[in-house]
Design a protein around this ligand. Structure first.
Ligand SMILES: Nc1nc2c(ncn2[C@@H]2O[C@H](COP(=O)(O)OP(=O)(O)OP(=O)(O)O)[C@@H](O)[C@H]2O)c(=O)[nH]1
Ligand SMILES: [Mg+2]
Length: 339
C-alpha cells in the first residue's frame, strides 16, 4: 500500500497541526517544534522537541543554527525508512519555514521522494510573514529533484481547521483510495509518478461538476498560473464511467498533460493535476505587499527620525526582504557542522 511508504513531518506550529490530521488517519507522522506548548497542544502523536529554540521569533534564518545544535533530530530524519516524505510547514512562520527547505534538500539528497506542503500566508498577515514565505518558496524552487509541492492558500479562509481537514481528506484519497473499475484503475506507480513531478499539484474532491472545477481553480490551493503548463492529470471517477467529468474538461482548465490517469468507483470524484508551474503570480503578489509595507515603514521612520534628531536608538530595518540567496541552506548547515 502506498500509505505505508509515506511519512509526514509536521514542522513548526502549522506543520504539526496539519500532520496530526494524517496521524489520526493512520499515517506515520511526527511533529517537530522548539515550542513545548505547541507540541503539547497536539495531544497524542509522535513528537520531536528542538532543544534550545522556543520559536525563532520570525527569523527563519535561525534554522541553520537550530538544526546544527539538534544533530539527533537530523540523524533521525536521515534514518527515515519511508520512500516518500511529506514535510509540512507554514511558509510565513520561522521554525517550520526555516527548517522546511533545509530538510527538503537533505532528504532529496538522501534519495527520497520529497513532497513539501507549504501553507502560504494570507494577504492581510504581517510583512515578515510575506517575506518569509517569499524566501521559502525561492529556496524550494532551487532544490533540484524535489517532488511535487502543495501550496495551501490561506487567503481562501482563516478557518485553519477547515483548510487542514479539507487538505488531509483530499491527499488521503489520492494516496489511499483503493476503489476499482473494469475500465481502468489509478494504480500505485501512476500515483508515485505524480508525486515525483517537480512543480505544484492541486487536488479537488467533490460530487458535483461545478464544485469540482471551483475547488480546482479557486479552492484551498494557490491559484493556478495562466500558462496551462502541467504534467499529469488524474481523475478517480465517482461512478463506473465518465458521466461525472470528462478529462477534456480538466484539460480546458489546466492545459494538456503528458499523460492522463483514470480510476473508477470512488465515493466522490477526485481530480489531481501535477507538474504545474509554481504559483509565482500569487507569491509575487505576497512579495510585493511586503515590499510596499517595507517602503511605507521606511518613509515613516525617516519622518520620525527627522523629528527626533540626535537620537540613535531607532533601529533600521535589519535586512531587505526578497534578496536572492547565494549558497544553499544545506551547504551552510554542512559547513557549520564541520567547523
Ligand atoms: N493552513 C494553515 N496555516 C496555518 C496554520 N497555522 C498557522 N498557519 C500559517 O502559518 C504561519 C505561521 O507559522 P507557524 O507554523 O505558526 O510558525 P512556526 O513554524 O511555529 O515558527 P515560529 O515563528 O518560530 O513560531 C501563518 O502565517 C499562517 O499563515 C494552520 O493550522 N493551517
Ligand atoms: Mg511556532
Amino acid at each position: 500500500m502506498l500509505k505505508d511508504k509515506v511519512a509526514f513531518l509536521g514542522l513548526g506550529c502549522c506543520g504539526g497541526k496539519i500532520a496530526k490530521n494524517f496521524v489520526d488517519m493512520g499515517y506515520k507522522g511526527i511533529a517537530v517544534n522548539g515550542s513545548e506548548q505547541d507540541l503539547r497542544a497536539l495531544g497524542g502523536m509522535p513528537k520531536h522537541h528542538l532543544k534550545g529554540f522556543d520559536g525563532f521569533g520570525g527569523h527563519r534564518e535561525r534554522a541553520i543554527e537550530c538544526l546544527a545544535s539538534n544533530e539527533g533530530f537530523l540523524s533521525s530524519v536521515q534514518e527515515l525508512q519511508e520512500e516518500i516524505i511529506i514535510p509540512i510547514f507554514g511558509a510565513g512562520g520561522s521554525t517550520g519555514s526555516g527548517c522546511g527547505t533545509v530538510i527538503t534538500e537533505l532528504l532529496v539528497e538522501a534519495g527520497k521522494i520529497v513532497c513539501p506542503v507549504i501553507a502560504l500566508p494570507s494577504s492581510d498577515e504581517a510583512i515578515i510573514k510575506h517575506s518569509n514565505a517569499y524566501q521559502a518558496v525561492q529556496e524550494l524552487q532551487e532544490i533540484e529533484g524535489a517532488g511535487t509541492s502543495f501550496f495551501i492558500n490561506n487567503d481562501k479562509t482563516n478557518n485553519y481547521e477547515y483548510t487542514n481537514k479539507a487538505f488531509a481528506k483530499m491527499l488521503d484519497v489520492f494516496l489511499s483510495n483503493d476503489s476499482y473499475g473494469s475500465r481502468n484503475n489509478f494504480d500505485v506507480s501512476e500515483r508515485m509518478e505524480m508525486l515525483q513531478d517537480n512543480g505544484a499539484t492541486v487536488l479537488s474532491l467533490a460530487k458535483e461538476k461545478d464544485t469540482m472545477i471551483e475547488k480546482l481553480t479557486n479552492g484551498i490551493f494557490a491559484p493556478l498560473e495562466a500558462n496551462k503548463i502541467c504534467e499529469h492529470i488524474a481523475i478517480i471517477h465517482a461512478g463506473n464511467d465518465n458521466k461525472d467529468i470528462e478529462p477534456s474538461e480538466v484539460i480546458a482548465i489546466a492545459g494538456k498533460p503528458s499523460n492522463i490517469y483514470e480510476g473508477y468507483n470512488g465515493k466522490s470524484t477526485l481530480i489531481a493535476v501535477s507538474g504545474l508551474d509554481f504559483p509565482i503570480t500569487h507569491i509575487n503578489k505576497l512579495g510585493n505587499i511586503a515590499k510596499e509595507i517595507y517602503e511605507e515603514r521606511k518613509r515613516n521612520r525617516q519622518q520620525s527620525a527627522s523629528k527626533l534628531e540626535g537620537l540613535d536608538f531607532l533601529k533600521e530595518e535589519k535586512k531587505e526582504p526578497l534578496k536572492k540567496k547565494t549558497m544553499s541552506k544545506l551547504d551552510l548547515l554542512k559547513k557549520r557542522m564541520e567547523s
